[in-house]
Design a protein. Structure first.
Length: 210
């Protein structure tokens, strides 16, 4: 399929075989490099495996996890001096068979961390830094399905008839639709009525500026 058009181009002096092969190789090299760059973007997330609580996390493992998260999420602030005191407390909590219980019952990660944080809060022990690390890990999507869902919701709302939404308006609509979709209307209304800053914004004229 390529030889005939290529021969015609050569005969008309529009291209040479060497030029075509060189440009083709450059194209495929660029495509391969792109795919490799995006295909390996999650490789270093293995450094966060200590936060899955399948075993007691060690200090060096947590330190490596912090380094990785700082690269991935530079806005997450961690106090390492306090963090390693928290790690010691976490290691103590994970003694006594709870890891085996979680494994036996196939406990979800969010429930594991819920138990950890609840225990520390009950005993009035701060766990700020580890909780930040855990929250980032829990929020990491296991696939591109969450992103695809956001695009699907956006397409439903941003139609040809409703195409004058600003980016900030779309962001607000998607935030509500994604995070509060599970709430019945009555519960959502009660939640809003208890939030005075939100009520103030609702009753202001700010919403008409977009």
């Amino acid at each position: 399929m390529v030889r005939v058009p290529l021969r015609d181009l050569e005969e008309n002096g529009l291209i040479t075989k060497e030029t075509f092969l060189g440009k083709s190789k450059c194209f495929f090299d660029t495509a391969v490099n792109y795919l490799e760059a995006w295909g390996k973007h999650a490789d270093d997330l293995q450094d966060l495996s200590c936060l899955l609580l399948k075993k007691k996390p060690q200090r060096l493992e947590v330190e490596k996890a912090v380094e990785t998260l700082r690269r991935k999420c530079p806005n997450v602030t961690i106090d390492e001096d306090i963090l390693f005191d928290e790690v010691s407390g976490l290691q103590e909590f994970l003694q006594g068979g709870i890891l085996e219980e979680w494994k036996r019952e196939d406990t979800p990660l969010i429930q594991k961390w819920g138990s950890v944080i609840s225990n520390f809060q009950l005993n009035e022990i701060p766990l700020i830094n580890i909780a930040r690390l855990a929250s980032v890990v829990i929020c990491l999507p296991g696939s591109n399905a969450p992103v695809e869902r956001v695009f699907s919701l956006m397409n439903d709302m941003w139609t040809a008839e409703r195409n004058r939404f600003t980016i900030s308006t779309m962001k607000a609509l998607l935030t509500v639709k994604t995070n509060f979709n599970h709430l019945p209307c009555q519960d959502f209304m009660e939640m809003l009525t208890k939030n005075k800053p939100i009520l103030k914004k609702i009753h202001s004229s700010e919403k008409y500026t977009d």
